[in-house]
Write a protein that binds this ligand. Structure first.
Ligand code: S5P
Length: 265
């Protein structure tokens, strides 16, 4: 399917090249799934991507939970993500001063050299974004930041005033491709979408076909409700990687999310 047919106004309004790349991949594969690959070894990650790769549109990692991380080892994951045309999203949740964020983008994990997208909290001030962008510039790459405007975990402190300030920081920034929204609540996503407008993306964790409470304070809403309320990418972790049949689960999340996008447009 042509991306403009699947995405409607979002395709024209969301001009950021990385957002376009995601929308293109999503339309081609018929999936809004960003797989949260919360695995502990590179082998497990590569196996998971090889299974789910055809049914997902982006890959999210937590490099600092991987026991056998090394730059050479990680390259295997980068290559399998490339083979499946996946944007690589390191969910580092940067939250320090700009200068330190720039250095953390280098360091042992060298995130700046392989990640296309990272997350950041707005809590330390707007300069965290400049620090991250400077790190990509240091290696002559361009990436996109997703600012955490909401969270899915219970008791979090990202209230509506904080969300509004976060959006004010991200609006118009060439480095901010969009926001993390709370996928467990369609109402919260709808409110976020109304405030964001259609020029930036909203990606939502806290979605599962099995709606309700998850482990350790995680909360889940239904992926279809999230997309209808304005989510552009559903971030799914255990719903796929912990399923008995990873391919079947990835296929189902893909079709539910993409059908919801078509119904929304
Ligand atoms: O508010 C948030 C933000 C994020 S990025 N809530 C989240 O759960 N996440 C991430 O989404 C979290 O770090 C994890 O990798 C994923 C959710 O995994 P699941 O197994 O609960 O689907």
């Amino acid at each position: 399917m042509q991306p403009q047919d699947a995405w409607g106004a979002r395709w024209t309004d969301c001009a950021n090249p990385l957002a376009h790349r995601f929308m293109q991949t999503a339309a081609r594969k018929g999936s809004l799934v960003c797989l949260a690959a919360d695995m502990r070894t590179v082998d497990e990650l590569v196996d998971l991507v090889n299974l789910a790769g055809p049914h997902i549109a982006a890959l999210k990692t937590h490099a600092d939970m991987v026991d056998d991380f090394s730059r050479e080892n990680w390259q295997r994951l980068v290559e399998s993500a490339q083979q499946h045309d996946l944007l690589l999203f390191e969910d580092r949740k940067f939250a320090d001063i700009g200068k330190v964020s720039q250095q953390q983008m280098a360091g042992a994990h060298d995130i700046r050299s392989w990640a296309d997208i990272v997350t950041a909290h707005r809590v330390s001030g707007p300069d965290v974004i400049d620090g991250i962008a400077a790190a990509w510039a240091d290696v002559e790459r361009v990436g996109g930041v997703l600012l955490l405007a909401q969270m899915s975990s219970r008791g979090n402190m990202l209230g509506s005033e904080y969300t509004t300030q976060t959006l004010a920081t991200g609006r118009g920034s060439p480095h901010v491709i969009g926001y993390i929204g709370n996928g467990s609540s369609a109402d919260r996503i709808g409110a976020l979408r109304a405030e964001v407008g259609s020029g930036q993306m909203i990606w939502t964790p806290g979605v599962n076909l099995d709606v309700g409470a998850g482990a350790m304070g995680q909360r889940y809403g239904h992926p279809r409700d999230a997309v209808l309320a304005g989510s552009d990418a559903i971030i799914v972790g255990s719903g796929i990687h912990a399923a008995d049949d990873v391919v079947a689960a990835a296929t189902e999340y893909a079709s539910v999310s993409f059908q919801a996008l078509l119904d929304r447009v």
